[in-house]
Design a protein around this ligand. Structure first.
Ligand code: GLN
Length: 540
């Protein structure tokens, strides 16, 4: 095969949190819309081997791929913006790269050589870049986490420098994302940090082909010309990216500025003009909703928006598709242990309890599930949210006093949620977790069958505990139906309360597969039910 895969590297400077992930994702979307096949990947500078063990309080959500990799949340943006298939090769950390090199050293692979950052670590990184290429990949977009100048990220920058040299500069584009701060006192936008950031990159041998300058407001051409002069990046390759109201506007904004045209011509790609009609319509719908509703998200990691990133996005996708602006109000589950649900949840048209680990705040979530059940408030329980709904039903409907998950209370007399190992023979989950995509068969005629429109689905998991099958029968008899089951192991995947407008608990994480143009059916069903309940409207 003589076709050559092209490469785009995205680095960032000046400050972190500029939206490198979103920029990469937007670029992926634009390139895809031009009929090309894109692969996406992120390098993270930290030493953790994967983010699976990092606190959601600190690092935000752990994103899960189909093949069960626990990955950085930027991968969620990649999947939401593009159709690229992400795998465990889509996210590499410094820890993972070093671990692999050190393991090879221990196994004697290097035949007595002194093992060094160059070439051993950089070779490992270059192999990681190549690992995402499939026979039909036209363009690989690799985002380098962190900021230029960080001590931790240097080996990645060195590797991408070498990569450009070896692959040929005509096949590689370096994009650098910077920040243009606005100084209120003098009423001006400053370019100096951008110059320094580019100087840094140059010092290590990477010459950026394009700059994307994040700003509060659009900047005039004269400012771009100045940046061009000072950084040697050609005028036509200095782009500004002012703040946008919705992240989904970013690809449209970059397209208007000619960013994808620049990439396509710089890499000599044979690409059609993009058709962004559907995307534009979606952004328009999002801008002008017909109604507004309030729903509650009852969770533990409520201080950081990113902890439930994919959940908020999935809610937004469903809302947009229905012409609804959904205000997802964060309610700390521990609050529900101190104050009444009536007081805290009265004004909410629906309740969602997301996934989580550990005991903190669990009783509050159980209270939320009970409130939703009794008051016919639409309820969507995801992973832990499904488990608390199970516990609540066991205690308060089935009369199983002290029922619990063995994660929370190992001595409970009724372990309605129990350890996976005790029930199933699945052996391919990472560590002791069931992680990644598993099949699920839906009950014919059930609400979930109607919403999905098919009888078999595949959804991603990340958990250790499961619905205890020994209790299936009494749950079903009392009206809590098992409407989704894993065909291999007969594990309970979805529960649904009869005679309730929408009470669905899922053992998996549907939020990971929702996209703005393909909202997840269970989220659509949930928001639709919330809409019928719309408390705001009923109060008017
Ligand atoms: N802690 C629960 C378990 O391990 C739920 C996990 C989750 O919500 N992702 O099963």
């Amino acid at each position: 095969m003589n076709r050559k895969t092209k490469h785009i590297f995205v680095t960032g400077g000046v400050v972190s949190s500029l939206g490198k992930g979103l920029t990469s994702a937007s670029l992926g979307m634009l390139i895809e819309s031009r009929g090309l096949k894109v692969a996406m990947q992120k390098f993270d500078p930290y030493i953790n081997v994967d983010p699976g063990t990092m606190s959601p309080f600190q690092h935000g959500e752990v994103y899960v791929t189909d093949d069960g990799a626990e990955a950085d949340l930027d991968l969620g943006h990649y999947e939401r913006f593009t159709n690229t298939k992400l795998t465990r090769h889509s996210n590499y950390t410094t820890g993972q790269i070093y671990l692999s090199v050190i393991e090879k050293e221990r196994a004697g692979v290097f035949l007595g050589a002194t093992v060094q950052v160059v070439p051993h670590i950089t070779d490992e990184i270059k192999a990681a870049i190549n690992s995402v290429i499939t026979p039909d990949t036209d363009v690989v977009i690799t985002e380098i986490g962190g900021t230029v100048g960080d001590i931790e990220g240097r080996h990645f920058l060195e590797a991408i420098r070498q990569f450009g040299l070896e692959k040929g500069r005509e096949n590689v584009v370096y994009i650098h994302l910077t920040y243009l701060p606005y100084l209120r006192t003098t009423d001006e936008v400053k370019t100096k940090p951008t110059q320094h950031s580019v100087d840094w990159l140059r010092m290590i041998g990477v010459t950026p082909d394009a700059l994307i300058c994040r700003t509060e407001k659009p900047v005039p051409q004269s400012m771009k010309d100045k940046i061009s002069l000072l950084t040697s990046v050609p005028k036509g390759a200095v782009f500004d990216a002012p703040d946008v109201e919705s992240i989904y506007e970013l690809p449209l904004l970059l397209h208007e500025r000619g960013f994808d045209d620049f990439i396509v011509s710089r890499l000599g790609l044979d690409a059609r003009t993009p058709d962004l009609t559907r995307w534009k319509e979606m952004v328009e719908r999002q801008r002008k909703p017909d109604v507004e509703i309030d729903i509650a998200i009852v969770g533990k990691y409520m201080t950081l928006e990113d902890s439930y990133k994919s959940i908020f996005e999935a809610i937004d996708h469903a809302g947009t598709s229905l012409g609804v602006k959904v205000n997802a109000n964060k309610i700390h589950s521990e609050e529900l242990e101190k104050r009444s649900p009536e007081e805290l949840l009265r004004n909410q048209s629906a309740i969602l309890v997301p996934g989580g680990f550990g005991e903190r705040g669990i009783e509050g979530k159980i209270v939320a599930a009970g409130y939703a059940r009794r008051n016919s408030v639409p309820y969507f329980g995801i992973c832990l949210g499904m488990q608390v709904a199970t516990i609540e039903f066991a205690r308060n409907v089935l009369g199983l006093a002290g029922a619990n998950s063995s994660e929370i209370d190992p001595k409970t007399p009724h372990r309605v949620i129990s350890l996976l190992d005790a029930q199933a023979k699945i052996t391919d989950y990472g560590g002791t977790q069931r992680c990644g995509a598993y099949r699920c068969r839906l009950a014919e005629g059930s609400i979930v069958h109607k919403l999905y429109g098919v009888l078999e689905i595949s959804e991603r998991h990340r958990h250790r505990f499961e619905f205890n099958s020994a209790y299936k029968e009494i749950f079903e008899k009392a009206g809590m139906k098992i409407v989704g089951t894993n065909p291999e192991e007969n594990l309970v995947e979805i529960i649904n309360l009869e005679d309730h407008p929408y009470f669905v608990g899922v053992q998996f994480h549907p939020e990971f597969q929702s996209k703005p143009l393909r909202p997840h059916p269970l989220f659509v069903g949930f928001i639709n039910a919330a809409l019928s309940k719309n408390i705001k409207q009923h109060q008017r």
